[in-house]
Design a protein around this ligand. Structure first.
Ligand SMILES: [Zn+2]
Length: 222
């Protein structure tokens, strides 16, 4: 009986003490107008589309892009962004569908992640593409700025060679309505760069660079 009384009293007391602040917090949450920016991350290739591939050591681009994308998602969420993935597993998605995911979600930014290959094994470094749309000049300018911010942070983190910001007409950056970039995060055909890319710690550096570059862009231009 005494226990019951104790619980009843502590229940009443705690309600009396905490109900007002709890209501205020709940109302603040409900009326919150600030929306977390939505970022769509697109892991290049997937499923039957393996992307670039080498035999010794065996590497598939589609697996590397997914790992880097998942790390980038983690870092962006830590920074407070909402992240949507075009794929979270190893399956095939058509290119147009990837752009559609971002357009339907009305995402603020779109970032596609790839790794490069070249018959010339000397080629190495990181380059970022944006689409220079003539119809949507604002998108082009924002995409170019986003590419510069991301490239700078990825190079700072990885110490890789910068191959610069480039113009490209890839479907995913052309068909998306928001600022969009495609990151070519290094060559799996270059022996030194490949040794880095095979290490999880290096993929994490690339991903952290992408996330921080997005943050730099948002702080600088919005
Ligand atoms: Zn690719």
């Amino acid at each position: 009986m005494i226990y019951r009384l104790f619980f009843l009293l502590s229940f009443l007391f705690s309600n009396f003490l905490y109900s007002a602040p709890q209501k205020i917090v709940a109302a603040a949450y409900k009326n919150k107008t600030i929306r977390r920016p939505v970022i769509v991350l697109d892991a290049g290739h997937g499923g039957r589309d393996e992307g670039a591939k080498i035999r010794y050591p065996y590497l598939e681009e589609k697996k590397l892009t997914l790992s880097a994308t998942l790390f980038t998602k983690k870092y962006l969420e830590q920074l407070g962004y909402k992240v949507i993935l075009t794929r979270a597993k190893d399956y095939f998605i058509p290119l147009k569908k990837r752009a559609e995911v971002a357009n339907t979600a009305k995402a603020e930014l779109f970032v596609s992640i790839h790794f490069n290959s070249c018959p010339n094994k000397i080629a190495h470094g990181i380059e970022i593409y944006y689409h220079n749309s003539l119809e949507n000049k604002a998108k082009s300018k924002n995409s170019q700025n986003l590419a510069s911010c991301v490239l700078q942070d990825v190079i700072n983190k990885t110490n890789a060679r910068s191959r610069g910001v480039r113009r490209g007409k890839f479907c995913v950056i052309r068909e998306t309505k928001m600022p969009a970039i495609l990151v070519e995060a290094g060559f799996i055909t270059n022996p030194q760069e490949r040794d880095n890319i095979r290490k999880t710690a290096y993929l994490e550096k690339i991903s952290l660079g992408i996330a921080q570059g997005i943050e730099s862009f948002i702080k600088k231009y919005s």
